[in-house]
Design a protein around this ligand. Structure first.
Ligand SMILES: *Cc1c(COP(=O)(O)O)cnc(C)c1O
Length: 853
């Protein structure tokens, strides 16, 4: 047939009784409330799939007749009303008391900046783990009732959608989104006008529109440069997430950091805590300094004020994850801008300098220097991040510097399978949503009879397999494979294959995640997967960044394996990884595999999603799993670390992986009792849920941010901003004095150190400090008392502070004394050190200076 194909969408009119379906479609709460989504699904399951689970598109296309039927259907209407009443209750709930004790609901506002947000597959402004984490953070903030707004960018083309062709090539598709399909409205200012802000780029001014997405009880504001007033090239700044070249990246980060602050101001919002989630948004520090400088403050004081209530979370030890801009680019974008900030370009470059990026401006360095609360995202990553950031506090050991950690968590209502939700509602009470931090509550999982537990897991698997099979057939048909081949490739995905052990591996394809590690010994793997009594299948999915050729090659390698006769139907590679597929896989497989190169997996979250659903983790103990693994809730692959030769390390870890699979996982899974299930497996799976839900959920994570950072950041702001910024000026001036004096400061011991005393006696320690311009109050002299570890390291047990005494007018030295009364018996050690001290610092070692004796 020839001729033009015109499009026509016949849009229904919502019956009056169903009017609020529209309201529900315009609240991202649907992304974490399965009851809400269930309403659309039940109206028309097929259309719901076709619309990519997008409620707004769905409501435009659903048939009038279907709506009328539903409006007349008593059962549907009962459910509809129940969902609405739960929705209204959610919106009226007060802030959780644990938060209201630490934040002032009326005064405080947390502004959370991130380059991507992954709420739901219908809203494609995320690329991977970082975005999903940011979405989960917002969802938990809404659940807790925090005073909270998020700021990001509205990408018209979003991140790419992925297909994999018949040769295993990743094809990236960029499809523009129609903004009317998204749950967004133009943000308004106090006078009811649409908000417009601008940012200055070289020789031009770019206008930005601001969109507001309602996400439960919080708002997400999204910046958009696609306005007629802008030049064509500038309209494209916010087209793609992580697209374009280094100029695009710079422009996007100016839009996000600088435009984002201006957007909040224009809307009339005044955050009291600013959270920079990964370095992309770090320019917000400069914009806030500019505002203060315009009020008349000097730059140093402005930076004290700004940093005092800024939280910075760094997410990756991989160098490519940190933006570096060279001097020419910095000069072209910032020569004009720095004038408003009251510093020279050189001073700005200094703020972004780091030893790892010689001659480049490192956004992470700016974020570290412009914040007073910094963290990595797991215990191991916190350690790595403090070592990477050590240059900011040159005389402080990384163990002691201000970089801490808060381990990532996942939003349980989003990632917990519907079947679990129903079961918890039924068996242990619907209150489970309020018990996410209560360990004893989740111990009740043990009360679920093993056979029902097993069959629920099996039914989740059936559902997942059906989805995977449908996707695989679609993909293979499009690629022109013969039906016979497709039959072989999808044979094991039939619902009756639910007995097959299924292993999942899905995440961004990045080389450090080593997606092909398990193929280190292909013959052995083939033997394991093809055991006729105890078969296994492996399902892979994930996107590689379009510029990352080595990662795309991994996709190709897996594709080629999946076609080899011994792996056909045993290795399944799916295209189009997104949050919908992620939810299916992390709820439906038996084992979740993760084998990153230690210590490059900052946290990892997909394993947490799997674990809370009773899927058992098999993972390298890196990131979150080093904290989550307890010996009973999964399997651990021992990491080797960067000191080992890469080939040796990979071989060893692959062998351990295959050993665990062959000798532990497969036998346990297939150890069936008389009722057809494996008791050992159920035990481990229950242990996984019980031990992981409480510790790795997003509410715990956000509460940690509230307790450790947000509440302190808001307090520091009050300290610094009070009395016309008097404290900030004082600290900035004091810092200048310390910077000047410290190179001349000296410390020496003036007593005769005794090496033995008797129990009950004190050791009188005397030291003399030359303090130059500093007063005795400007420093602390400390004595650290400790023991020796097995490996010969000093382990601090106590910290004692010296008292300043007289100043010797001849030498100019001040005496400091301590009468040490050891708490410990026997052999012990002590060290003496001096550091600059000011009571208003957010961290006592913030200045980075330290002298040891
Ligand atoms: C959870 C999630 C990720 C992160 O997975 P990791 O294994 O932690 O890297 C990436 N993409 C999607 C769609 C996810 O849901």
């Amino acid at each position: 047939m020839n001729g033009t194909r015109y499009t026509l969408e016949v849009q229904p009119v919502l019956p009056a009784r169903l009017k609020r379906l529209d309201e529900l479609a315009n609240d991202l709460l649907y992304s974490w409330d399965r009851q809400v989504r269930g309403l659309y699904y039940r109206l028309d399951p097929t259309l719901w799939e076709l619309c990519g689970h997008n409620p707004k598109v769905f409501l435009r296309r659903v048939s009038q007749q279907r709506l009328e039927q539903a409006a007349a259907d008593r059962i549907f209407m009962e459910d509809y009303n129940r969902v609405l009443s739960a929705y209204d209750t959610y919106h009226q709930e007060p802030i959780k008391s644990a938060c209201s004790e630490l934040l002032d609901e009326r005064e405080d506002l947390i502004a959370y900046f991130c380059a991507e947000f992954g709420f739901h597959e219908s809203f494609q402004i995320y690329s991977g783990g970082l975005g999903i984490l940011a979405g989960d953070h917002c969802k938990a903030a809404s659940d807790l009732g925090l005073p909270f707004v998020a700021v990001g960018m509205l990408y018209r083309q979003g991140y790419f959608t992925q297909t994999i062709d018949g040769q295993g090539n990743q094809i990236a598709h960029y499809t523009p989104t129609h903004f009317r399909d998204l749950p967004i409205v133009p943000a308004m200012d106090r006078d009811g006008r649409e908000v417009r802000v601008h940012v200055n780029l070289p020789e031009r001014r770019v206008l930005l529109r601001v969109w507001r997405a309602k996400a439960g009880r919080i708002s997400l504001y999204l910046l958009d440069s696609d306005l007629e007033e802008n030049a064509e090239a500038d309209r494209r700044i916010t087209y793609q997430l992580y697209g374009g070249d280094v100029n695009t990246r710079m422009q996007q980060e100016i839009v996000l950091g600088i435009g984002g602050v201006r957007a909040l101001r224009a809307i009339g919002l005044h955050p009291t805590v600013w959270h920079i989630n990964e370095g992309h948004a770090a320019f917000l520090i400069l914009e806030r300094c500019r505002e203060l400088v315009a009020e008349g403050l000097d730059f140093d004081s402005a930076l004290e004020v700004t940093a005092a209530n800024t939280v910075f979370t760094t997410h990756t030890p991989v160098p490519a994850g940190h933006d570096i801009f060279n001097d020419q680019i910095m000069a072209s974008y910032f020569t004009e801008k720095v004038k408003g900030v009251g510093i020279s370009l050189e001073q700005l470059l200094e703020l972004g300098s780091s030893p790892t990026a010689q001659g480049g401006f490192n956004m992470t360095a700016l974020a570290l220097r412009g914040s007073r609360f910094r963290n990595g995202v797991s215990r191991i990553h916190g350690g790595v991040a403090s070592r990477m950031a050590a240059y900011v506090w040159p005389q402080i050991s990384p163990e002691e510097n201000p970089v801490g950690y808060i381990t990532n968590g996942v939003h349980v209502p989003t990632f917990l399978a519907r079947e679990w939700v129903n079961l918890f509602d039924m068996r242990i009470g619907g209150g489970w949503r309020n018990e996410l931090l209560n360990e004893s509550y989740w111990a009740q999982i043990d009360n679920i009879p093993d056979h029902s537990y097993w069959s629920l897991r099996q039914s989740l698997k059936t559902e997942m397999l059906a989805d995977v099979r449908r996707r695989a057939i679609f993909q293979h048909r499009r690629n022109g494979y013969s039906e016979a081949l497709i039959e072989r490739l999808t044979d094991r995905l039939r619902p009756q294959s639910t007995e097959t052990l299924t292993i999942g591996f899905a995440r961004r394809f990045a080389t450090y995640k080593r997606a092909t590690l398990i193929f280190a010994d292909p013959a052995r793997l083939a033997r394991l997967l093809n055991d006729p009594q105890r078969p296994c299948i492996l399902i892979f999915a994930g996107k590689a960044h379009p510029h990352d050729i080595p990662a795309q090659n991994l996709i190709k390698v897996i594709h080629e394996y999946s076609l080899k006769p011994e792996f056909q139907g045993r290795i399944v590679l799916l295209e189009g990884y997104d949050q919908a597929l992620a939810r299916k896989l992390v709820t439906g497989v038996d084992v979740w595999l993760n084998n990153p190169e230690y210590p490059l997996e900052a946290s990892g979250t997909s394993g947490e999603k799997a674990g809370i659903n009773g899927v058992i983790n098999l993972s390298v103990t890196d990131g979150w799993w080093a904290e989550g693994y307890n010996g009973r809730n999964g399997w651990a692959i021992t990491p080797h670390g960067p000191a080992y030769d890469a080939a040796y390390r990979d071989r060893e870890e692959a062998q351990e992986l295959l050993d665990i699979l062959e000798h532990q996982i497969i036998p346990l899974y297939y150890a069936r009792n008389g009722h057809g299930y494996s008791e050992g497996w159920v035990g481990m799976s229950k242990e996984s849920m019980k031990s992981l839900i409480v510790r790795f959920n997003a509410q715990r994570m956000v509460m940690d941010y509230v307790v450790r950072y947000y509440s302190n950041a808001r307090r520091q702001r009050l300290v610094m901003a009070g009395k016309d910024y008097a404290r900030a000026r004082e600290v900035a001036a004091w810092r200048r004095v310390v910077d000047r004096a410290w190179p001349r400061v000296r410390l020496r011991r003036i007593d005769n150190p005794l090496e033995e005393i008797r129990s009950g006696e004190a050791l009188a320690i005397r030291v003399a400090a030359y303090l130059d311009e500093l007063a005795p109050d400007d420093v602390l002299v400390e004595c650290l008392v400790g023991t020796e570890s097995e490996s010969g390291e000093f382990v601090k047990q106590d910290t004692l502070v010296f008292t300043p005494g007289a100043r010797d007018s001849q030498t100019g030295e001040t005496e400091f004394r301590l009468d040490l009364q050891p708490r410990l018996p026997g052999l012990q050690y002590y060290k003496i050190r001096m550091l600059p001290f000011h009571p208003c610092l957010s961290h006592r070692l913030e200045l980075g200076y330290m002298i040891w004796l």
